[in-house]
Design a protein around this ligand. Structure first.
Ligand code: NAD
Ligand code: KPL
Length: 303
């Protein structure tokens, strides 16, 4: 079965190159004829790992190509994902699978509700990749890909293809717990790193702020029946800060590069869900307001 990868950016490129070189049939879907032409001129996708770069001529096509899609890996940002799937929705075969790589929460649910006939598999990834040029990806950080389907615990039958491609992965019966846990960690770290304009390692200087955010996030997770994701949250946040002390968070990097952030699917989503559950989260709400004001001041979308 052919994989279709929608979004040839950092993570989409990282997945596509590894699948392609393992001989797994796949096609990239690029958003416009101009981008397809640029891609062909580049000669494919380059993946750089441990200092060595290799280019792979992964076949590519446009969203309106006239062939069915049975397995779609959506590798766009959370704010683009639903619209991107809509562009290829008429090509989805009956019972197609949609694999969602987005960080945060909200985009996955929107897609699962809009295309209920497809099996939506959610993925929480802690791998790291960035683009050094348009079609050149650097594999920057080892990590894990947790996969799961909140509606169907049966593992996907193609996990062996990920094994064959050397893509680290594990199926989980509780993907929502993984996604909530990562969202909470991102909510505690990323906005503070932007507002204090610092590397993750400088955040323990704001310990009181971190602690109260973790308390509120813990309350929120428990109200959402995600007690496991709340367990020892502050400890884990401090561990992540230590392990990534030299890094700037992804949100900090987005802001520094003048790119839209995924704020709406991280702390924005946390505040929306808190309101739905009647959980009082004043520190999170203030942090969201400050972050949105900061983004607007820099001409970046606040959603
Ligand atoms: P990216 O910006 O590098 O890539 C997204 C790609 O999607 C871009 O090439 C963009 O042109 C393309 N795209 C957008 N709309 C499209 C459309 N309609 N049709 C076709 N292509 C379209 O983003 P990324 O860093 O790969 O992140 C993707 C998701 O993965 C995000 O939610 C991010 O938070 C998550 N994630 C990324 C990393 C990482 O290290 N990069 C790690 C973990 C999670
Ligand atoms: O996931 C991260 C990010 O920067 O988005 C870490 C490094 C864990 C910080 O929240």
């Amino acid at each position: 079965m052919t994989w279709h990868v929608l979004g040839a950016g950092s993570l989409g490129g990282l997945w596509a190159t590894r699948l392609f070189r393992a001989g797994v049939p796949l096609r990239l879907i690029l958003r416009s004829p101009q981008r397809l032409e640029d891609y062909h001129n580049a000669g494919g996708l380059a993946l750089s790992e441990t200092g060595k770069s290799c280019r792979y001529p992964v076949p590519a096509e446009l969203p309106d190509t006239n062939t069915p899609i049975e397995r779609l890996l959506v590798a766009c940002k959370a704010y683009d994902a639903e619209a991107a799937v809509a562009e290829v929705a008429s090509r989805l075969a009956a019972g197609a699978e949609i694999l969602l790589l987005q960080n945060g929460l909200g985009s996955q649910q929107a897609i699962a509700e809009r295309w209920p006939d497809s099996r939506c598999i959610f993925i929480s990834s802690t791998e790291g990749a960035y683009r050094q040029d348009d079609f050149g990806i650097v594999h920057a950080g080892q990590g894990q890909n947790w996969l799961g389907d909140p509606l169907n615990l049966e593992p996907a039958p193609w996990l062996a293809e990920l094994e064959q491609a050397g893509i680290p992965h594990a199926w989980t019966d509780d993907i929502m717990s993984k996604l909530w846990r990562k969202l909470a960690i991102n909510c505690a770290i990323n906005p503070l790193s932007v507002l204090h304009d610092c590397r993750n390692g400088a955040l323990p200087a704001h310990r009181e702020q971190l602690s109260s955010l973790c308390d509120e996030l813990g309350d929120l997770l428990r109200a959402c029946q995600q007690a496991d994701a709340a367990f020892d949250l502050e400890d884990e946040v401090l561990k992540v800060i230590e392990a990534t002390a030299n890094n700037y968070s992804s949100m900090h990097q987005d802001v520094r590069n003048g790119r839209r952030t995924e704020v709406s699917f991280l702390i924005g989503q946390a505040c929306r869900v808190a309101q739905q559950h009647g959980v009082v989260t004043p520190r999170l709400a203030t942090l969201l307001e400050q972050l949105q004001a900061f983004l607007e001041l820099r001409g970046l979308p606040a959603d």
